[in-house]
Design a protein around this ligand. Structure first.
Ligand SMILES: *[C@@H]1O[C@H](CO)[C@@H](O)[C@H](O)[C@H]1NC(C)=O
Ligand SMILES: [Cu+2]
Length: 621
């Protein structure tokens, strides 16, 4: 994306000004020292971000025996996956699906950049966002004012979807969108077909321009927003970088918080991968680096870098996931990255090639003291992949779809492109990864190939009914019909469990308060031996990153057809906000239904933080 926009230079200047006001709160960034961790004892891991000692499961699990990650009782890739999977087309997204998130049991919200899509809004202009109805495959145009090109997003504790950042107006494709660099777009689901995106930049906006930011929901239900570029461009560098964090609703003095980690992760520090851990700390990975972040005290602790020189974030995007937090693994967090690239992304992009093979490497690490000491554990996928999407399946496996076997993300930047795509050799074959499997035998193949390529700007998400939704692919400046063209077609993958006898349940609550018990009425396939209950965050999918995606097991006991399930114990295990609840009967999943975890109230709002933010920052204007 080469077109350098000269008017952006003023943005840089404005932005750097506001960033410098935040430097006063620059964090210390001690290198993670395992010896110190030992002498600190439970130092880092026994505390929560509130400074209180974590009790029970947490401290106890630290140096005690850790169960293997066989969370789901040896169900592995047995039952739910025995049989054939099918890909089937399922209508059109109306706009190019660059970002998607499941809104309720029957709707998916889709954001595109501003471009000349065939779907029109009420005024007759091209739509840049749509709401897709799963049951009817119909789309409704949404009204976006600002350009959501390469924005990030996430759900907050009261069930509102927040979309952050984007791009300036792209006059060369004649679009009328307003500058979206510092945009903050709100969407609250509704029961009728009337809800739409809400924007009010004079009061609700980011502190600074962010192209390619990530988000993660924190323990108080607010959103942490990280990184991005202050101008349009492909390769990030010092002059274009926004190496800061901010929060929605704004916290503290409302100003961005400088991150030396994000700065050090240049150039490939865009769309960082972030997960809130049971401790409340945030795991963040960017480029080849990883760290734990204490958002409350603003302390960064570096972890070991990803092994063997593999870049795992944009434009070397890997498929990444926080593995399921289960009773058997004592809710010990473990992260997994598969693919990416070993190409040197620090050189001039014109010297890179779309033919450069992607990485095959998967790296995983348990984020507790013992796991960090052991470090990253690696193995190879059957074939290389960049820009893959890692989807947690309802039985706790990881399905990897989309992406390419060679090249990198983006378009119009490197040698040997097909059309404008920086990547080629589409990876149409899904792979299933069993986190509990034996190393070397964790991958299952034999899936049908996707019907079309899903390259840059494609997406995937698990649906409440258990299918996997894939859409998008648009490695082009505007809508293009040349290879690789702009894709509007939806394809859904139906795993074998879709046609099995599945458990079902009713009487689920609309909300679940932490630690409280709820009684579901269940219907189980005959002969069921083991029932488990889970909640999932299906995530916000864009650029191979699934922001806030997670799966958490709930304790449960069965009496007759009554299943008593216990809501998560802490906000670290599952952050307050929307979730999907489902059961497994001997490893076969039910459908899931939406449930609010926590009170459903707004995350804390600080009027002084908001006023100070509005006073001292200009957003992108
Ligand atoms: C959720 O909270 C945010 C931040 O306070 C607010 O802007 C939004 O309107 C709230 N949504 C609902 C549905 O109340
Ligand atoms: Cu993009």
């Amino acid at each position: 994306m080469a077109p350098a926009v000269t008017r952006s230079l003023t943005l840089v200047a404005l932005c750097l000004l506001s960033l410098h006001t935040a430097l006063a709160s620059s964090p210390s960034a001690p290198t993670f020292d395992l010896a110190a961790l030992d002498s600190e004892g439970l130092g880092l891991f026994a505390r929560t971000v509130d400074g209180n000692l974590a009790k029970g499961w947490h401290a106890h699990s630290l140096y005690g025996k850790r169960a293997s990650h066989s969370g789901l009782d040896k169900r592995t890739v047995g039952k739910a996956w025995s049989g054939k999977s099918k890909f089937a087309s399922a209508g059109s997204t109306g706009v190019a699906a660059m970002q998607v998130t499941v809104v309720d049991d029957d709707h998916i919200l889709i954001y595109d950049k501003a471009e000349n899509n065939a779907l029109k809004d009420a005024s007759g202009a091209s739509a840049w966002a749509s709401l897709y109805t799963i049951s009817t495959k119909k789309v409704r145009a949404l009204n976006v004012v600002t350009n959501a090109f390469c924005a990030g997003g996430g759900w907050i504790g009261n069930g509102t979807l927040v979309s952050v950042g984007g791009n300036p107006q792209q006059t060369y494709i004649n679009d009328k969108a307003e500058d979206g660099l510092a945009a903050l777009r709100l969407f609250t689901p509704c029961a009728d077909e009337r809800c739409d995106v809400y924007e009010n930049p004079a009061r609700i906006r980011l502190t600074s321009p962010r192209w390619y930011p990530s988000t993660v929901r924190l323990v108080d239900g607010s959103l942490m927003i990280a990184g991005g570029m202050v101008v349009r461009g492909f390769s990030n560098q010092d002059a274009t970088d926004n190496p800061t964090f901010e929060f929605f609703p704004p916290k503290g003095d409302g100003l961005p918080v400088y991150s030396s980690f994000l700065h050090d992760a240049l150039k490939s520090n865009l769309f960082p991968v972030m997960y809130t851990l049971p401790s409340g700390y945030v795991f963040i990975a960017a480029n080849k680096m990883a760290m734990l972040y204490d958002a409350k005290k603003n302390i960064e602790r570096r972890l070991k870098p990803l092994p063997n020189g593999v870049t795992i974030t944009y434009p070397g995007s890997s498929a990444s996931v926080l593995l399921p937090l289960t009773i058997a693994n004592n809710f010990e967090p473990e992260v997994l990255f598969c693919g990416g690239t070993t190409a040197n992304l620090d050189i001039n992009p014109s010297q890179l090639s779309a033919k450069a093979p992607a990485s095959k490497q998967c790296s995983r690490m348990i984020l507790n003291a013992a796991g960090l000491r052991k470090g990253w554990q690696t193995e190879n996928m059957p074939f290389p992949r960049v820009m893959g999407d890692a989807i947690l399946t309802p039985d706790g496996n990881v399905l990897i779809v989309n992406g390419a076997q060679a090249g990198i993300a983006g378009y119009g930047n490197v040698k040997d492109e097909i059309g404008a795509s920086n990547a080629r050799s589409p990876a149409k074959e899904p792979l299933l990864y069993d986190p509990d499997g034996v190393k070397g035998k964790r991958f299952t193949r034999g899936f049908p190939n996707a019907g079309m390529e899903r390259l840059y700007h494609s997406v995937a998400t698990l649906l409440p009914d258990g299918r996997i939704f894939t859409a998008g692919s648009n490695p082009n400046d505007g809508v293009s019909t040349k290879t690789y063209r702009t894709r509007y077609n939806v394809e859904m993958l139906s795993p074998p469990y879709m046609s099995m006898k599945r458990p079902s349940f009713s009487a689920q609550p609309a909300k679940m308060a932490y630690k409280k018990n709820y009684v579901l009425t269940v219907s189980l396939p005959s002969g069921t031996k083991k029932v488990q209950a889970f909640i999932m965050d299906l995530g916000y999918s864009t650029h191979g990153v699934h922001m806030s995606q997670r799966m958490v097991e709930l304790a449960c006991t069965l009496k007759g057809n009554k299943l008593t399930v216990t809501a998560p114990k802490t906000t670290g295990i599952f952050q307050p906000g929307p979730a999907w609840l489902h059961l497994l009967a001997d490893g076969v999943p039910s459908k899931s239904t939406k449930v609010m975890i926590g009170s459903g109230a707004s995350p804390p709002v600080s009027q002084s933080a908001i006023s100070n933010m509005l006073k001292h920052t200009k957003g992108s204007n």
